[in-house]
Design a binder for this molecule. Sequence first.
Ligand code: F6P
Length: 551
Amino acid sequence: MTTEATTSTKKAAWTALAGHYEALRARHLRELFAQDPQRAEHFSLEAAGVFLDYSKNRITAETRSRLVELARACGLRERIDAMFRGDKINVSENRAVLHVALRAPVGASIVVDGENVVPAVHAVLAKMEQFATSLRDGTWKGYTGKPITNIVNIGIGGSDLGPVMAYEALRYYSRRDLTFRFVSNVDATDFAEVVSDLDPAQTLFIVASKTFTTLETMTNAHLARAWSVGGFGGDESSVAKHFVAVSTNAKEVAKFGIDTANMFGFWDWVGGRYSMDSAIGLSTMLAIGPEHFRAMLAGFHEMDEHFRSAPFEQNLPVLMGLLAVWYNDFFGAQTVAVLPYEQYLKRFPAYLQQLTMESNGKHVTLEGGPVASDTGPIYWGEPGTNGQHSFYQLIHQGTRLIPCDFIAFIESLNDLGNSHDMLLANVFAQGEALAFGKTAAEVKAEGSPDWLVPHRVFEGNRPSNTILVERLTPATLGKLVALYEHNVFTQAAIWDIDAFDQWGVELGKVLAQRIIPELDPASTGALTHDSSTSSLIMRYRTGKLKAAAAR
Ligand code: F6P
């Protein structure tokens, strides 16, 4: 509950930061670095094996203290404790938020509604391991007795992005004789292309859906069942060997025709975008094996413990979250670019988009009032160095401030030639160029004609974080994901919003359901939408008829 006292402390901390911003906004990173030769040391931190250099941010020690003061005033400590305790902090859905329980060690106790949930988490993990082992060693066979070699995960949102990202990120550790594919879009092309060269006799579908009612996933699951059963002459009993489900909804799983013995459960206190380490990660476990999956969970847990226990000034997710707030609300930056210099992390920015924006794209507070400031920045990104030859121009010389998170690894998993040095040279160079830029005097000194000088000036003072980790491993991936999960949590605490609901996706879903029957050219009911929507529907109906006549 927000009391009057906390409101006024928050206000005071916010006002102090606003004043501090006015004093700091004109200062250049060149000056801040020149003033403190140890700046890199003073603004960097290593925890859980993750090193963060945040010295190239437009902050001073005072900024850090004031941001931490804001976090305290916003009750971040109490909110962290409440989450780890299993309190129902997802207020609009009256749910606990316990992705941290998914990676809690066996002996831990986290109680929800009077029940320690940790044993149930480990029971599901054991079931997943048993299944993964039997599939990987060929004991689990398809309907005709052939081993399964193709695994297709059908899901969307959190039931897709985490599995896809983790598969790509940990591909180095994956079984190369197994094929992994992912179907998410309700566009049938997605499904058609994924199965086009697969043999039903060797293909297993994982239908991954927390609710087991999501339109896209259920549509694709039905296409998959028809395709699979079709491969066995229509024999429905093949489903038991070629479909498993990951869900919280046993009733719907059974209704779909999957034996609940082949269902891997999770719980309503796991949000979709926080679920890649639950049974939703079954495809990940099949790819990398149970041992690596456990290592990933241990990595998550290490970062959880750091977040739970480290003082805010030395807390990686807290500092990153506060920096995001600093740029979002004081500098008016609208986006954050996440730029992994690691090809295996190519889907990491896409994964983060759901995590960050479905969580913090909110316009009301926990109590339902309007938020006092802008919330959730837009997260986006692409792996380096590809982005350098595309959108970095705007980051360097555009008119918008885009804070960047660079992510790099000291060791390459594919150490060929001197590629890794080149990759790392580029990531270091980008942070340097953004921060320090190039003055007109420097450009002139290089012999540029006067008219060209303004075009070649880099004003610099563009902030970035650099995350440097030894090597991309399953544990590292767990740490990185947890780092961003808790970064998002920190931001939400400052804005006093519910980072765990997603009501904003509902309206479109409901309207689509209403429109589906209206797309039938034979439908006779009057269209009662706005004129734009109605005429689009009419045009589609007519087009469909024309296309059918031409066939
Ligand atoms: O897009 C809304 C959403 O509910 C996400 O939060 C979730 O990850 C996704 O849909 C998929 O939901 P489900 O796992 O229930 O199919």
